[in-house]
Design a protein around this ligand. Structure first.
Ligand code: C5P
Length: 220
């Protein structure tokens, strides 16, 4: 395959983003962070007075914001109605509400459509990371990876990223978010039957990147 489509799924803190960006940059592929899109729509709802705990309100507002993702792995961008959203989508407020927003079927239908059109337009191939890419968004992907790691390793990585956060609190928030993402009705976080599972608990980021690069090269 010349133009390879790679789906990378898994729970939070498994190194999906760092791995996906590095693999795409190394192989000259485009890159799409689908979590950033769900965060962006959540941020828009919070700043526009939509009650994110009310699925009906979320559903009726879902089509309003215009979300645009830049797919250069060396400089990924995300805008909402033309505003740079890269910073605001990483706040704790957005993180705590994103699972509720992303569970609403109308939101998923819209964002999934956006993701498929971005993947189809990526002429040289693309690495798409998320929770339901291999199962739902791109079931015909050339390669599907499912990254896992122990809850301890995931919490330690996440709290290393967020200044001033303690590991225990991060661990609780992370477990809660994964449970919500895994148990929702519409396209939950799940490993596709034909995905390659990589447990990253004992691996360095470099080792995970090399492992995935090798798997992609076998498909090209
Ligand atoms: O990857 P990240 O932690 O930024 O994702 C934020 C949230 O977006 C997830 O916890 C999940 O609720 C949602 N998400 C999703 N489907 C995806 C990617 C992310 O539901 N494909």
């Amino acid at each position: 395959v010349e133009s390879v489509i790679v789906a990378i799924d898994g729970p939070s803190g498994t190194g999906k983003s760092s791995t996906s960006k590095a693999v795409a940059a190394k192989l000259g592929l485009s890159y799409l962070d689908t979590g950033a899109q769900y965060r962006a729509i959540t941020w828009w709802m919070l700043t526009n007075g939509v009650d994110t705990d009310d699925p009906a309100a979320v559903a009726s507002a879902a089509g309003k914001p215009v979300i645009v993702s830049g797919t250069d792995p060396n400089h990924p961008t995300i805008t909402v109605d033309g505003l740079d959203a890269a910073g605001p989508i990483r706040t704790q407020e957005v993180t705590s509400q994103v699972s509720a927003v992303s569970a609403v079927p109308e939101v998923r239908t819209l964002i999934t459509g956006l993701q498929r059109s971005i993947a189809a337009a990526a002429a040289g191939g693309i690495v798409v990371e998320g929770r339901d890419i291999g199962t739902t968004v791109l079931p015909d992907a050339d390669l599907k990876i499912f990254l896992t790691a122990s809850p301890e390793a995931r919490a330690a990585r996440r709290s290393g990223e967020v200044k001033g956060s303690d590991v225990a609190a991060t661990r609780e928030a992370l477990i809660k978010r994964d449970a919500a993402d895994s148990s929702r009705k519409t396209s939950p976080l799940a490993k596709a039957g034909d995905a390659v599972e990589v447990d990253t608990t004992e691996l360095t980021l470099q080792q995970v990147i090399e492992c995935v690069v090798t798997l992609v090269e076998e498909k090209r």
